[in-house]
Structure formats: structure tokens, C-alpha cells
Design a binder for this molecule. Sequence first.
Ligand SMILES: [Zn+2]
Ligand SMILES: [Zn+2]
Length: 141
Amino acid sequence: MRANQLDNCRICGTLFLKDYTDYCLDCYKKIEQDFKVVNDFLKIEANRFANIQEVSRSTEISVRQIADFIRDGRIYADDFANLGYPCKHCGKVIKRQILCDDCYKDFSAEIDATMKNDKFLEETGRKRVRPKVNAQYWKIR
Ligand SMILES: [Zn+2]
Ligand SMILES: [Zn+2]
């Protein structure tokens, strides 16, 4: 049984009956329309090397929306040499996830090192009680 529930549209804030999407019908239609425009634009041979800014300029659809299509896998960026969106960390153009490979490697290495370090300190009984990074926020509350 599916519980019908009211929710605010993620785009325009209108209250709507949440069914299959996070958007109200109007915004959903608009997104589908935008998708068709971007998709049609990229089907044209001459546009295959456009980057996301050029696609946005030509289609008048926001870079953010186009990036969403790519991230959702609706537009397969691997087919287009220059199409992608910026890595959240360094800004390099990527085609999936939110970090580029290099940043992802750095990021996981850092996590790995932190965990290993903690484990080492624990095992040797030298784990110091460090002030938590978010201690200040707790105080404010
Ligand atoms: Zn809406
Ligand atoms: Zn990066």
C-alpha cells in the first residue's frame, strides 16, 4: 500500500501530492521539457564537443540542471568529450560522482590514515582524548 502524502515541491515549494517524484507536476513537466531540449541539442553532430557552459548558453537551461541530468545518468557524458560538471573539491570536469578520481583517492587515503592512526593509538593505549571538532557547536546549543 502506498501512502499518499503531501510534500513541498523541491523546486518551487508548491504543496503537492507526493507520488513518483519530488516535484510538483508543473516543475516535473518543465524538467522533462528541459531534458528533451538538452538531449536534442546533444544529438546534433556539431554539438558533441560542447562543454556544459556552452550547452547551457545554447539551450538556456541552467548548468545546475544539466549537471543533474549527467549525475542522474540521464545524459551519458562519456559520449561527449567535454561534457561534465566540476569536481566539488578541485573544480576539474568530471562525469560521475561528486569528486574527481584524484580527489577521491586523496579523500579515501585521508580517511584511511585517520582510522589507522586511531587504531594504532588505541592498540598502544596512547589514544588521547582530543577535543571534538564540533565541540563549539554543541556549546552554542
Ligand atoms: Zn514545483
Ligand atoms: Zn578533484
